[in-house]
Design a protein around this ligand. Structure first.
Ligand code: CTP
Ligand code: CA
Length: 224
């Protein structure tokens, strides 16, 4: 019924969505991760499917039930997410990168639990690949890239710089300090920046509605 009432404005398109955090193991009992419930990404995957798209969801570990869509790939680490996205990118008309990817991973993964005997622990970190920036450098004129930015300060400046650096078509900026926006909440508030400089402001509202507003912007800017 929901599908009947929703405009089928993504029919015939394949939308690749990433969601959730990544998890970077340190030893068999510990990992580094980012704050992310996955709710925004799952809401986007479901909304795109309701609008007629074929949806591929690449998800880091979350406690959410997978939405009823074509393909769901569960991953743990940023490298696995990179591989899953890179393998499927050529099939995607639209890539929506809502995942909170860990920027760094431990350089070594110990196969045994590291003991606390020394009274301190030092972790050497190495940079993970920037999945979105890689896809931005690979994308064709027909592919549309949507990135996210979680910021605590200088929202507009940081958002615009990510839009340009990663060769994005749309950037969804989240002020994670705002009440009712971001991590764990069922609601979110975002500012949408287009490549052409247009800014749309979505006030605090449920993540399902934010997802549809983001897809409205995708449809609008893809056609101009
Ligand atoms: N992203 C990615 N791969 C990474 C890091 C980030 O694909 N290794 C994507 C995220 O999915 C998001 C966008 O890039 O869509 C911005 O992520 P964010 O963490 O806000 O920006 P960074 O470029 O990582 O910069 P910083 O964390 O320093 O603000
Ligand atoms: Ca980051």
């Amino acid at each position: 019924i929901k599908k009947l009432l929703t405009p089928q404005d993504l029919a015939g398109l394949t939308v690749l969505v990433t969601a959730g955090p990544t998890r970077e193991p340190l030893d068999p009992v510990r990992y580094l991760t980012n704050r992310s419930s996955g709710k925004m990404g799952y809401a986007l995957a479901e909304a795109a499917s309701q609008r007629g798209a074929k949806v591929i969801l690449v998800s880091g570990p979350t406690s959410l039930k997978a939405p009823p869509i074509e393909e769901v790939i569960q991953v743990e680490t940023a490298i696995q997410m990179y591989q899953a996205v890179a393998d499927r990118f050529s099939r995607a008309n639209i890539l929506v990168k809502a995942a909170a990817v860990a920027d760094y991973r431990p350089d070594n993964i110990c196969d045994q639990k590291i003991k606390k005997a020394a009274g301190e622990m030092n972790i050497e970190l190495v940079a993970n690949p920037d999945i979105l920036a890689h896809m931005g450098s690979r994308k064709s004129d027909k592919q549309f890239l949507v990135g996210f930015a979680a910021e605590t300060n200088d929202l507009d400046k940081n958002a615009l710089s990510k839009l340009e650096k990663k060769n994005l078509d749309l950037l969804i900026a989240n002020d994670v300090t705002q009440p009712g926006a971001g991590f764990d909440y069922d609601t979110n508030a975002v500012r949408i920046f287009s490549k052409t400089g247009t800014i749309k402001e979505i006030p605090v509202i449920s993540k399902n509605i934010v997802a549809h507003k983001i897809l409205d912007a995708v449809v609008e800017f893809r056609n101009c």
